[in-house]
Design a protein around this ligand. Structure first.
Ligand SMILES: [Zn+2]
Length: 174
């Protein structure tokens, strides 16, 4: 699940999950305490909106000049890639599409008896995997870091995540 990582005024960070179901949109705004927030219904205060489209995440600016990606004003649309820095008002959010997840016992990957396209091993409960942001193919974390590209022969996604093995892992609470 892709998310935005927000650095708050008090120095803490927050992970804001993006909605991938159907064409549900994630509206970005800044609350009265100066923290970034995502809502599923766009109020008048939304500065930008992120829409999942064919496996891509499209960021649009709702207000002229209010949203930047890697320092550039979004006008009017931007396809997000992993690690893009989103400037929202005075805040900076990091877009994370390559996310490490620990497989739960009831994960559909296990029911479907899927294998890592590189190691060809069956996934087990507790395995740490990364899904390709473009085609959703699951990979073992180590194979993803080693090959730095999607293992699906029909997909040309190039991995961006730095292979320290720790990024995003805390989100799973495993
Ligand atoms: Zn892929």
């Amino acid at each position: 699940m892709a998310y935005l990582e927000s650095r708050n005024p008090d120095g803490t960070t927050t992970q804001l999950p993006l909605t991938a179901q159907g064409d549900r949109r994630s509206y970005l705004s800044v609350d009265k305490d100066g923290r970034a927030e995502i809502t599923s219904t766009g109020g008048g205060d939304a500065l930008g909106v992120i829409t999942p489209t064919k496996g891509r995440w499209i960021l649009a600016s709702n207000k002229a000049g209010a949203v930047r990606v890697n320092g550039q004003v979004v006008a009017p649309l931007k396809v997000l890639t992993h690690n893009d820095q989103i400037g929202l008002g005075g805040l900076t959010l990091r877009f994370c599409a390559e996310v490490i997840e620990a497989l739960a016992d009831d994960s559909p990957l296990l029911r479907r008896r899927l294998r890592c396209p590189y190691t060809h091993e069956l996934f087990k409960p507790g395995d740490r995997v990364v899904r390709c942001p473009d085609c959703n193919t699951a990979h073992s974390v180590l194979a993803w870091f080693e090959h730095k590209a999607c293992g699906n022969p029909h997909c040309s996604y190039q991995a961006q995540m730095v292979g320290d093995g720790g990024e995003g892992g805390a989100a799973d609470g495993a």
